[in-house]
Design a protein around this ligand. Sequence first.
Ligand code: ATP
Length: 254
Amino acid sequence: MTVTAKNLVWGAQRKTIVNNVSLDVAEGETLGLIGPNGSGKSSLLRLLSGLRAPLSGRVEILGQDIARVSRKTLARQLAFVQQNATTDTNVSVRDVVRLGRTPHRSALAGWTAADEAAVSAALERVEMAGRRAQAWQTLSGGERQRVHIARALAQSPRVMFLDEPTNHLDIHHQIEILRMVRRLDVTSVVALHDLNLAATFCDRIVVLQAGAVVACGTPAGVLTPPLLRDVFQVEAEVTFEPQTARPHIRFRAA
Ligand SMILES: Nc1ncnc2c1ncn2[C@@H]1O[C@H](COP(=O)(O)OP(=O)(O)OP(=O)(O)O)[C@@H](O)[C@H]1O
C-alpha cells in the first residue's frame, strides 16, 4: 500500500473530529473522500499529509511511519493542494510553481534544467503556460486553483492529497483536473463535494460521517440511494452509465 492510515483519532476543544479512521490506498489509485460539510474530510487530509499529528493512530506513506520521516523527505514524496490556499501576493505565476521544486533542491545547487522542465510541464498540464509571467494577485479564483495544482505537480510527488481541487473551477477545468489526477502516475486522495465527479473519476470512495468512515468501496458499491439518504439526507435515483458502468446520481428536488 502507498498510503495506510491506522485508527486515526484527532479532535479539538474536546470534540472528536476524526474518529478512528483506517484506510489503505494502493499505488496509482485515486481515492475519493466524500461526506457532508464538517464531516472531517479536510481534517483527515491534514493528518494523512503529516500537516497535523493525530492524537492516536498512525499514517504510513510508502511503508514508512510519517511521524519518523523528515519534513524534507516527506515533501519529496507527497504534495497537498489545500482548500483556499494562499500565496504571497507579490509574485508571478511562475514563481508560485517554482516553489514546488524546493524539496528537490539542495542549498548549493542552482536552478537546473530538470527544475525548469518540471515547472513548464506542470503549467502546461493545467493550461496556464501562457500566464507564467502574470502577477498572482491578478488571477481569477479558478486560475489560482490551477496554479496551486501546478505547484503540486512541479513537486513530482508520489502521493497527492487534494482538498476540493475543483472548487472555483468551470466545468471544463473540473473535468480536466480530475481526468489529469486519475491519469497521473501518482497515488491520490481527493476530497470532493460533487458526487457525480467522484463517481466518474475515483477508483474507490470513502464516505465520512461525523469523522468516521461509514462506507468504502467502488463508486457503484458506495453511492446507493440508501447511503445518500442516510449520510447526505437527499433523495436520489442512481442509474449506470452504459459504457463505463459507473453510477450517475440524479437528485430529486422534492
Ligand atoms: N482546529 C479546530 N478547532 C475546532 N474545531 C475544528 C477545528 N478544525 C476543524 N474543526 C471542526 O471539525 C469539523 C470538521 O471540519 P473539516 O474542515 O475537517 O470538515 P470537512 O468535511 O472538510 O468540511 P467541508 O465539507 O465543510 O469543507 C467541523 O465541524 C469543524 O468546525
